[in-house]
Design a protein around this ligand. Sequence first.
Ligand code: UDP
Ligand code: MG
Length: 316
Amino acid sequence: MNNTEKRGIYLSVVVPIYNEEGNVKKLHEKIVEACEDLNQSYEIIFVDDGSYDKTVEICKSLSNLIFIELRKNFGQTAAFDAGFKESVGNVVVTMDGDLQNDPADISKLLEKKKEGYDIVSGWRFDRKDSFSKKFFSRTADKLRKILLKDSIHDSGCSLKVYDGDALRGIDLFGEMHRFIPAILELDGYTVGEVKVSHHARVSGVTKYNWKRSVKGFVDMVSIWFWRKYASRPLHFFGGGGMLFIFFGMIILVWMSVEKIFFDAALSERIWPLMGTFFIMLGVQFFVFGLLADIVMKNYYKGQKRMNYTIKGVVEL
Ligand code: UDP
Ligand code: MG
């Protein structure tokens, strides 16, 4: 079946999977059960992210499944992206492949979505993970709220439902899957939240370690910059640059006054160097800004989009 033939499907369930041999069969069963209860057309998409255990074999023995195999382990974000691009559902549900999320919660999320949200995120209210994982995750959530100002508690929870077209309109890089609601909120989509159940991992091991916090932080800064300055990078770099140039000028003027009127000896002092340094830094910043401006204009032109999104047009 190609994508056009499949159109009309209500729900796509997308699950990234990496070495989950002990979980996939049961997970598939539970998802089918949950989807059948909904009485809606659905498709289940498992994306294998380069597993080297028996995951692929087991998945291939299942039916009622669209199975995408990535060539190697590209990471959860890439797996999600591949799944989204294959999906055709009006609504897309995502969840982890390790049974920590409960497919039975899908109906709860869909109910909430009917209230008018474009995205509904699960909130692992009673989370069954180690203390350190919860600690890092909660700290990241607090920071994310400050920087990105999104409206949810638990962005790391994979169990979410999305408006299919909204989701397919974005490309995901790095490890950005954690910030999809924040990215979509930038485009004006609305995000709701529902408490969902969470289970301890029974089979297999976590695929992440402490490096996740560092990558998550860098991704967050990138989205923060995007959120604030994507359409006007010159305001950031140009503004910063002007400030540096201004500081540098003040220092140099002050030094000149001392030299000319008070005959001060400057060769032993750090300030003339500092003044020159600030001015050069400022000029660099400004040039960065001009370049970033050109890059952004090309980006929007290349993507045939603008820095705003239209909800709809009516002729009355
Ligand atoms: N996963 C993946 N590729 C990766 C890492 C993880 O597809 O490189 C999948 C993994 O199989 C699971 C989900 O992403 O279905 C979440 O991973 P994990 O359970 O290890 O994360 P945690 O629950 O520890 O945050
Ligand atoms: Mg997990």
